[in-house]
Design a protein around this ligand. Sequence first.
Ligand code: TXA
Ligand code: MG
Length: 340
Amino acid sequence: MEVGAGMATEPDFAANVRLADAEAIAEAGRLLRQGRLVAFPTETVYGLGADATNDDAVAAIFAAKGRPNFNPLIVHVADVDAAARLAELGPVALRLARAFWPGPLTLVAPRKAGAGVSALATAGLDTVAVRVPANPLAHALLVAAGVPVAAPSANRSGHVSPTLAAHVAADLGDRVAMVLDGGATTHGLESTVVDVSGDRVTLLRLGSITAQQLAAVTGQDVQRATEAAVKDGIVAPQSPGQLLLHYAPRARVRLNVTEPRPGEGFLAFGSIASEPRHDGPTINLSPAGDLTEAARALYASLRSLDDAGVDSIAVMPIPHDGIGEAINDRLNRAAAPRVG
Ligand code: TXA
Ligand code: MG
C-alpha cells in the first residue's frame, strides 16, 4: 500500500492560512510590525516569524511552540548588509555569506550591541544566528516587514519541521495570526548552521549545504561539534538543536531496516523493484534514488505515516553521501530513545 507524502495531513485548513500573494504578504508584514506571529515558507522549512526587536513578540514564539527558552532563534533578514548590522561578520563569515546567501545557511557570529535584537531571541548569548533566505516569498515578507524576523521552524517543539502550510496549521492552528501558504518547500531540511564566532569554522547543524562545500569556500577544514561528546556530557551543546531528542514523529522509528514488520509504516528509498514486499503503509522517498528528492520528501512522509496511525516506522538504509549525511542526522534524532 503506497501512501502519498502529505496526503492525510492536507485540508482542514485553518481560516488563517492565506495564499502568499502580494496582498497577503503586505498584510503579514503589517502583522509582524504589530508584534503578531506569522508563519511563512522559506526554501528549507516553514518558519514561525516575529519581530526580532520586540520582546513580547519573541516571547510569543516560545509560548506557541512550547520551546525551552534557552534555545536561541535564527534572525532572518533580507540581505547581507542587514545581517552585518546585527552580527560581526569577519572575513570568513563574509566569504560564506557571499557564496551561499540568499540560501540555506545560518551563520552564528558575535552579536552587535545596540542592534536592537531581543535578548530572548539569542537566549542571552553574546552571539546571534543570522540567515538570508532564498525563497522569494520569504524575501518579499522581510522587505514588507522592514524589521529583522526571528523565526524557528513552525512546529511544536521537538516535532518534525513543517514543509507545507498544512503542517503548520496542524501543529500551531490559531496560535499564529497568519500562515502564508507558498506550497511545499524545496529543500525540506533545516538550514546548515555554522559557528563563525571563533578562530575555527564549526558546523553546528548539518543541512543541504555540506561540510565539503563549506571547506571549499573557507579554505579551511570545518570542525564538527561532535554529537558523541555532547551525549556523553563531555561538552555542553554549543547549539541546543544538537540535543538528541529532536525532529521526532509520534511513532517510534527504526533505522536501516530491510525487512519491515507487518503493519509497520515503511519509508523506502531507491528503485521500487528492489523495495521489499510490505504489508503496511509505505512511502518511497525517492524511487530514483535521488537524495535531494528524498530530503524534500522526508518530513511530510514521516507526518503521513504518523497520520496513518502506525506505532512504528521502519526506514530503509539511506546512503551517507552529500545531503544523505543530513538526512541520516535527522533520522538518527527521530530514532533516538525517548524520555518520558
Ligand atoms: O532552515 C532553518 O534554519 C529554519 C527556517 C525557518 O529558517 N529555522 C530553524 O530554526 O530551523 P530552529 O529554531 O528550529 O533551529 C535553529 C537552530 C537551533 O538548533 C538553535 O539552537 C541554533 O539554530 N542557534 C540559534 N542561535 C544560536 C546561537 N546564537 N548559537 C548557537 N546555536 C544557535
Ligand atoms: Mg526547529
